[in-house]
Design a protein around this ligand. Structure first.
Ligand code: THU
Length: 139
């Protein structure tokens, strides 16, 4: 992935963050992922009054892609921060989202956590979820 492609994905994640529905935590997260065929899917966190029914931004984007038949994720950019301000910190995926990314990420999937298009960090799936459990174990 070129630097420019990474910046475009971060920009899409920041755009998705504007669609987040987070009236309870006021913590807005946006994710944008790139599938193997070059498609981009965006997602924001979607909260719920029951709290437990909340869906994270990463999983919103992954489920949109998978429900469209795109099961191979090459890269995902995540941005998050409090409402009314630009992201002040890197927003790392929660444990459940890491497990979902383990399911649909390619072996060399890149996770980009970004404050903005120029301030970001990159990680691999193995760094994100070492010794992870996957479908290959169920035979
Ligand atoms: N959240 C995400 O969207 N992604 C994560 O990986 C961590 C948490 C959301 C869920 C909830 O709406 C808000 O952030 C505060 O936990």
């Amino acid at each position: 992935m070129s630097g420019r492609e990474k910046q475009e994905l971060i920009q899409k994640a920041l755009e998705a963050r504007q669609m987040a529905y987070a009236p309870y935590s006021h913590y807005l997260v946006g994710a944008a992922l790139l599938t193997e065929d070059g498609s981009v899917y965006q997602g924001g966190n979607i909260e719920n009054a029951s709290y437990g029914a909340t869906n994270c931004a990463e999983r919103t984007a992954v489920f949109k892609a998978v429900s469209d038949g795109k099961r191979r994720i090459k890269a995902i950019a995540v941005t998050g921060g409090m409402e009314g301000a630009d992201p002040a910190d890197y927003a790392f995926p929660c444990g459940i989202c890491r497990q979902v990314l383990r399911e649909f990420g390619t072996g060399d999937m890149t996770l980009i956590v970004a404050k903005n298009v120029t301030d970001y960090r990159e990680f691999g799936l193995e760094e994100l979820l070492p010794f992870g459990f996957g479908g290959e174990s169920i035979k």
